[in-house]
Write a protein that binds this ligand. Structure first.
Ligand code: SF4
Length: 212
């Protein structure tokens, strides 16, 4: 089983409730959303370099496990599956296998961070598996991707009732902010939400960040 991997590296988690935790990032390539892109505005994705599946290399579980062991030989780091989109297409099965293997190994040996955090875009169906913790985006109107959100995910998050899961809003403007408040009221999800500004407020369509 193979998925498309853009890069595997270690650093410090930069946002959400895991901010500040040493982390191995597994960045998948490929995402079918195009956040921010409309007729008059350019893509605002901050990982545009990993959007196309051809921007990654095929890797399997053994290869990822070896990279993990070389970056974090004592298994003391959180593992973060990100992208691109780690739950889309072939990447999904590889994400399940990686997280399951880490969970089995770390729970048996009493190591920290047994569950892998998944940063997912809200359009792919999440799962009830204990080996995942979710940072799930809800895409607001400014992204142009709100109609791609999988509404069933809110029920799954509520069933999971995992205090480490979180829902993330990236806000472009006041309309987005007001919509985020509306979603919080509508969905009645009782765990963590966080809201952060988009890094780029507005870009003309011919703007280029050099990566697309
Ligand atoms: S969902 Fe994430 S990876 Fe996909 S286009 Fe949007 S910001 Fe980029």
């Amino acid at each position: 089983m193979f998925g498309k991997i853009h890069e595997v590296y270690s650093s410090i988690s930069g946002e959400g409730i895991s901010q500040g935790i040493p982390t191995v990032f597994i960045r998948f390539a490929g995402c079918s959303l195009r956040c921010g892109k409309t007729e008059s505005r350019a893509l605002w994705c901050d990982t545009a370099y990993a959007l196309g599946p051809n921007q990654g290399t095929e890797k399997n579980l053994d290869s990822i496990w070896n990279e993990l062991e070389s970056l974090d030989p004592h298994h003391g780091y959180q593992v973060l599956l990100t992208g691109g989109e780690p739950l889309e297409g072939k990447n999904r099965d590889l994400s399940l296998s990686i997280a399951n293997k880490i969970y089995q190994y770390r729970t048996k040996t009493g190591l920290p961070y047994p569950a892998s955090r998944v940063e997912t875009n809200g359009s792919e169906r999440i799962t009830e598996d204990a080996f995942f913790i979710f940072t799930m985006d809800y895409k607001l109107p400014g992204s142009g991707m709100e109609d791609r959100m999988d509404e069933e995910n809110f029920q799954i998050l509520e069933k999971r009732h995992n205090s480490l899961d979180e829902i993330k809003f990236v806000v472009r403007d006041r309309i987005d902010f007001e919509r985020s408040i509306e979603v919080i009221r509508e969905k009645k999800y009782t765990q963590i939400y966080y809201i952060r500004p988009s890094t780029v407020k507005w870009m003309p369509k011919n703007w280029s960040n050099g990566s697309k």
